[in-house]
Write a protein that binds this ligand. Sequence first.
Ligand code: TSJ
Length: 650
Amino acid sequence: MARAYGARDIHVLEGLEAVRMRPGMYVGSTGSRGLHHLLWEIIDNAIDEAFSGYASKVEVTLCEDGSVRVADDGRGIPVDIHDTMDMPGVQVVFTHLHAGGKFNNDNYSYSGGLHGVGAAVVNALSRWLEVEVMRDGKLYYQRYESRYDNTHKKFLPGIPMTKLKAISNTRKTGTVVRFLPDDRVFDDIEFDMEIISKRLRELAFLNKGLKIYLKDERTEDVKKIEYCYDGGIVDFVTFLNEEKNPIHDEILYIEGEQDKIHAKIAIQYTDSYTESIFSYVNNIPTTEGGAHETGFKSGLTRVFNEYARRLSFLKERENNLLGEDIREGLTVIISINMTDVQFEGQTKTRLGNMEARAAIETLVVDNLSHAIESGRYRKDFEAIIKKSIKAAKVREAARRARDITRKKSNLEGASLVGKLSSCTGRRAEFNELFIVEGDSAGGSAKQGRDRRFQAILPLRGKPLNSEKKRIDQVLANEEIRTIIAALGTGIGEDFDISKLNYNRIIILSDADQDGAHIRAILLTFFFRYMKDLVTNGHVYIGMPPLYKIDTGKKTHYLYSDNELRAMTNKLGKGYTVQRYKGLGEMNPEQLWETTMDPQKRNIIQVTIDDAASADKLITTLMGDKVSPRRQYISTHANFNKSDTFQDMGV
Ligand code: TSJ
């Protein structure tokens, strides 16, 4: 087949080669995250077309051969010859770095930001990629491949195999892109249905009325999912609160534009004691928050304090309610769209554009004041303000309790952290805290550790499930207080990450149901009261081995049933297998060797890719509605791989 590239394209191909050299620079990693990033990039382009009002559906198909196909019914990527590049627009998109969907400057596109790496990056990191464009009554087709170049003795990525050709007539319009990620780039090229369906559901919530279809053709029983929410983010809030108890019926909805920033906000309060705020910029989750969240919070605080004064819920001599009082039990989705987005923070998921702060504050104040004055939401606002005032009272009480805790920790510091075996090193950035289930495992860990940088905190029994309790009760729990004291950061509004005593906090619990429960309780506590600990990547799950095989000559530790099977097959016979029922069965040397030694151990970092799902899951597992939890546990009863931390994006 004739190759459709000449001297002029060499430059462009070098661009794609640069992507091959440093894939991490363009998609973050060559692991699962990077792999899915390719798909997000293509999907973002299709969603953009829908957002601009030209497409009504997006279809994603995981094909039998491992490739993935994304289709929309929009206008079709332009096929006419690009002014300066001398090739069809489509080809520019797939061979020119950063062309993305933005080669047409008239197009007021919001795309960009985290995912905006461009379709050319996807092409560069694929074995092959095919595009079909339907427009002007024709179906156009082009295929690209990664090929070995015999003359230059190297692989060249993303080479057009043919020119863009009209291959048939059609009355439809739209774009179809199908690609197979390159297994020489990615550690593993298997797409994860769970990750994809969650992201598509989120996109369907964020783009009201958009029909998103997902099909998994890779197995015999083909799986099909359809997402479409006519209520948009209002439906998102309903979904998040499904297993909570709302304290008012109407979901407050704000939509408007201010200084070229378009915002949608949906709010509902529940009887929960924590806040669940999820924000997005151009459909990208801003896990670390930023200017838009700050603006929302100040607006909310202002409106409710004014309202509380005006209707005398607050007496003249009483202090204003604090933001945290007004956010107790709040579930909110903030979704904004703007151009020239600046992402900041550890994981580049904090909105840096300061202009968004004032814009969102204005929108919140104007719209909520208007809603209050209309009288239509009288009951809703009353329920909210009563809850806030209650929260303020409890906060006062809790502060007194906390002051006692503080004094206690000064006076009896030794006893409060008495169970803690500190490390000798004083540099927090090197230090690790192991929170270990049970005194006996704690003892082994204490003897087995490297005391220069590893501290051990054994937990007796189960810590308090913080999901069901208010902060004063959480603080009354001894195990929780010990953890807080050991970490040094304080909690909630007082939380200060710069005071963190350890760079890694590693949860070590048994591979059984109790162990999973303890792990879930600890993650819940961190997630609710020390969220930055998790978002900044300080929390880990330790993975002790499940089996030991002895051949007489050599000892092998196995961490899963699969590993065990592989090893027994390999060894044939002449070995003994020991199944570890708990950490306590390992002696100090074994525990060090298998689970604690940084050179050999296996630890999993807990991250939150999808904070909304993590929140929902925690409510389900830890909340007070029993039947959804039963159902969840019976359908996901795998306690070796805790569902909680998997869903937190590990
Ligand atoms: F990623 C991608 F570029 F490969 C891609 C783009 C993948 C998929 C599945 C869809 C798309 C895409 C792009 N769908 N729709 C569009 N639209 C345009 O590129 C487009 C169409 C018309 C005009 C115009 O001004 O007439 C402008 C643009 C940017």
